[in-house]
Design a protein around this ligand. Structure first.
Ligand SMILES: CC(C)(COP(=O)(O)OP(=O)(O)OC[C@H]1O[C@@H](n2cnc3c(N)ncnc32)[C@H](O)[C@@H]1OP(=O)(O)O)[C@@H](O)C(=O)NCCC(=O)NCCS
Length: 148
């Protein structure tokens, strides 16, 4: 079993490690500390047997809108429902924060993530050519939590 909870400062090292192993971009601990300072309600971790096995980072962008810049599950613990538990809890938190819409971008060839987000009620609203520094295109995805 695993538990979903708000991140604590002592979790940041484990979060950086998972990000390093599973995402193409490089993020320093300072970046995650900043996310924690800015909006800790949107930063959740999954813990299994005292080990951090996944995380989600959300930010508030403008009135009633949140974004998910980062979501990752340790490779060894994927396909066990941990990502689903993270995003489900995150969406509940966002509703409590009066967020009405959640947006994110994902690489157009990241089939697993696109399928994952669609399963959780997100729709592709736009594609942006050469969005990433690598020249890859992005899908912008959105989920409405409540109408205005
Ligand atoms: C996307 C990610 C977070 C999913 O985490 P997870 O814990 O494995 O997801 P779950 O076990 O909750 O899967 C839920 C659903 O997502 C979809 N899914 C997850 N992994 C998939 C894969 N490799 N291929 C196809 N669909 C997949 C399936 O619909 C799955 O439902 P199912 O198990 O009934 O088929 C994980 O693959 C990951 O960390 N990827 C690398 C980082 C990344 O791409 N992040 C998103 C962009 S920032």
């Amino acid at each position: 079993m695993f538990e979903i909870r708000h991140v604590q400062p002592q979790d940041i090292f484990s979060v950086v490690k998972i990000a390093y192993e599973s995402l193409p971009e490089r993020y320093s601990p300072e970046v995650f500390n900043k996310f924690y300072e800015l909006f800790s309600e949107g930063f959740l971790v999954a813990e299994k047997l005292h080990k951090i096995v996944g995380f989600i980072v959300g930010i508030k962008t403008s009135n009633g809108i949140a974004r998910i810049p980062l979501l990752s599950v340790d490779k060894k613990f994927r396909k066990q429902g941990i990502g689903s538990a993270l995003i489900t809890q995150f969406l509940k938190e966002m509703s409590l924060q009066n967020i009405r819409q959640v947006e994110l971008e994902v690489r157009i060839n990241n089939d697993a993530a696109i399928k994952f987000y669609k399963k959780h009620g997100f729709d592709v609203i736009e594609t942006v050519p050469r969005f990433y520094p690598t020249g890859e295109d992005a899908c912008i995805m959105k989920r409405v939590l409540r109408s205005c």
